[in-house]
Design a protein. Structure first.
Length: 79
């Protein structure tokens, strides 16, 4: 079930990037509407890719996962 959510998030993150590509190809990137549309689509895409990143991090594919407890600093180490 989580793999499906991950794939949906990737797909929904790529669709706004395709929209930005269309804005660039059609030549409307230099208009105010094109700039604001691009910013909005980048924000939407960023939210979905942040969700993908968090999901992959929780699975242990990026850095530390939540399941690995971090060591609290010990007062005995100070000498």
């Amino acid at each position: 079930m989580l793999a499906v959510m991950l794939l949906i998030s990737i797909l929904l993150g790529l669709i706004p990037l395709a929209g930005i590509g269309w804005i660039v190809v059609s030549g409307t990137i230099t208009t105010v509407d094109g700039l604001f549309e691009s910013l909005i689509m980048l924000s939407i895409s960023g939210v979905f890719f942040l969700n993908v990143f968090w999901e992959l991090r929780d699975r242990g594919l990026f850095g530390k996962s939540k399941s690995e407890p971090s060591k609290p600093p010990s007062s005995l180490d100070e000498g």
